[in-house]
Design a protein around this ligand. Sequence first.
Ligand SMILES: [Zn+2]
Length: 205
Amino acid sequence: MTFLTSVVINGDAVLSALEGVCYIADPDGKVVGIGDSNWTRFAESAECSAELDVRRVVGRSLFDYIAGDDVRALYQSHMASILAVPAESVSFHFRCDGPFVRREMRMNMSAIQNGEDVVGVLFQSLTLDERDRPPISLFDYEAKLREYFDSPAPIVTLCSYCHAVKSDTAENRWVPAESYYAAGGSEKVRISHGICPACYKKNAR
Ligand SMILES: [Zn+2]
């Protein structure tokens, strides 16, 4: 049994006891353990992603679940910097809105070490603030996913960190979703994920 396997097996209860939604990936990004109860509760309440079933996620690469090439590249660079300098954890804010709720989150990524070696990375995401707001259908991911396959609707890009929206409607500038609608933005769109320049500057090292 590897050290990481024993951490995960013995740590399953620990992962569930930690605040927020926690999971552990090995250095290649494969998800090896999840704090089941918080994860499931969040997945049921959040409408944040359709793919959050624990049984489907463990054993898969974390990067398969990160939408958008730029966003995935940033997570990969966070992983690389933790593997290189394990004493420095990475922390950033992001939004995880549902259609009816605005949700501010914080992600902490930190090294799990066996002596000098980094054997895994702990991901801990905390809900900092959650409040109801008027519905924004752009954040109804399952509906958008259906539209993605159904229709030739125009594509808008959503910043995975702050949920700013980039579209032809606002001349390809990044604006809050509310401004997108104010400018006459359509509901009938397909969503792709990316990262706006402000969030890139804040998060890239
Ligand atoms: Zn952003």
